[in-house]
Design a protein around this ligand. Structure first.
Ligand SMILES: *Cc1c(COP(=O)(O)O)cnc(C)c1O
Length: 437
């Protein structure tokens, strides 16, 4: 047995991977190094990365500017508590985030809460919304309204607003908070808008608004819940309804943020500004775990209003140990600067054009339900769930890293991918689809 197999066997013996059974025989590969859009396996193989490590590694692996940002910070301070202490990386990053989320130079948000993962940023957003209403004496406003097929994370608060089937609400019935769900709007962003699409949402809101603190959803693209795209008019109408019914609006842009959909943030592409914005994943260019929850002045003032005689004393009740980690903030700041110098818009547009050109012909295959592309996201939805244990190793044989789920073969490569590397990804998809029986 070679040493790779020994190591892999130790992994299989001792470690839980995401959503896996301990005796499963899911494919597992040992990574040695990675650079640019290439993953180097310890067996000497090189794979072109089609996943950006779950939306995160937008500038590619082992990037000299990002490496430098971390190395310089490590020599200053790697971590320090954020209670009563602060540091320049956090301040710089907050400034930059508020600047990037501005409309006509007016900031859309006014304050940033840093946390350590996307799920936690969602927990914080939910907490902000509930505290906001409690502070104004609306003690019944403690529920959320969302749409089906959403994904907001794996912690209990976030699970409560994630699609009930995907997050197994039945298994955790007594633990997960019950919120309101409405049907997914008809999807596809090139459909003709019809006001009837908003009706189910409107009905739920008009019926339950007195107990609803906020609406939460992923704008324009639902990620882990099915890679579904939907119409921006849905969001514009939803914003009006939230204002009409006194409900806050939270956008979870943990997946869509930082250019992936073709706008820097999907809310900007949809011309709809939420009250609270969750960011994560690509925030650090995929280097470290960091997330942020941004709130507008209304939310900040509302929570603060509890200052005098309220229960919270105007305090936002959250504070993770590793919040605003300086290494993560330093690399995030550098990643945001890279977005600008690399001209992310141009990178994403180029990927979009190539994905449309190279993936669309697959819609002729009898196995394919639909091909859809938005920004640097390419999705081939099959008619049947794919055979995971066959398809992942087959992609590896073809020299690419693509990890489908359910019926979805999808890619969202690092923005720095070269045309010939992207073609390698799309050709591998053509190849596996042609091999399906
Ligand atoms: C990944 C994701 C999360 C959860 O983020 P973690 O960092 O995995 O906790 C939440 N919302 C959306 C939309 C995501 O894609």
């Amino acid at each position: 047995m070679n040493s790779d197999n020994l190591v892999l066997n130790l992994d299989k013996k001792h470690i839980w991977h995401p959503y896996t059974n301990t005796d499963c025989h899911n494919p597992l590969f040992l990574i040695d190094t990675a650079s640019g859009v290439e993953l180097h396996l310890s067996n000497g193989q090189t794979l072109i990365d089609g996943m950006s490590s779950w939306w995160a590694v937008i500038h590619g692996y082992n990037h000299s500017d990002l490496n430098r940002a971390i190395k310089e910070q490590v020599d200053k301070v790697s971590h320090v508590m954020f209670g009563s202490l602060t540091h320049e990386p956090a301040i710089q990053l907050a400034q930059k985030l508020l600047q990037l989320t501005s409309t006509n130079k007016q900031p859309d948000f006014h304050r940033v809460f840093f946390s350590d993962s996307g799920s936690v940023s969602v927990e914080v957003a939910i907490k902000m919304a509930i505290q906001f209403w409690f502070a104004q004496g609306h003690k019944k406003k403690s529920k959320l309204l969302t749409i089906r097929n959403g994904y907001h994370g794996d912690t209990f608060g976030a699970m409560g607003v994630t699609d009930p089937d995907n997050s197994m609400h039945s298994m955790f019935r007594d633990v997960v908070a019950e919120h309101y769900f409405t049907e997914l709007p008809l999807y596809g962003d090139n459909i003709q808008w019809d006001d009837a699409y908003i009706q189910p949402f409107k009905d739920k809101l008009s019926q339950h608004h007195e107990s609803i603190a906020a609406v939460i959803l992923e704008p324009l693209v639902q990620g882990a819940g099915g890679m579904k795209f939907y119409h921006s008019e849905y969001l514009r109408q939803l914003r009006l309804l939230c204002d009409q019914y006194n409900v806050l609006l939270i956008f979870d842009e943990i997946a869509t943020g930082f250019g992936r959909t073709g706008s820097l943030f999907a809310y900007q592409g949809a011309n709809t500004i939420p009250d609270i914005l969750c960011l994560g994943k690509a925030l650090t260019g995929g280097y470290m775990t960091l997330a942020a929850t941004l709130a507008n002045q209304k939310v900040v003032d509302g929570i603060h209003a509890d200052n005098k005689d309220g229960q919270s004393g105007g305090v936002l009740m959250h504070g993770p140990t590793f919040m605003a980690n300086p290494l993560a903030c330093a690399v995030a700041y550098q990643s945001l600067k890279l977005l600008e110098t690399n001209d992310w818009q141009n990178q994403v547009n180029r990927i979009q054009i190539q994905l449309i050109e190279e993936l669309t012909p697959l819609s002729g295959s009898p196995h394919v339900e639909e091909v859809r592309v938005k920004g640097a996201i390419g999705v081939v939805e099959m008619k049947q769930p794919v055979d995971f244990n066959w398809i992942v190793p087959r992609f590896v044989e073809l020299g690419v890293w693509i990890r489908p789920f359910g019926k979805l073969i999808y890619i969202m490569p690092p923005y720095v991918i070269k045309p010939e590397q992207l073609t390698k990804l799309t050709q591998a998809i053509h190849q596996v689809v042609s091999e399906m029986k």
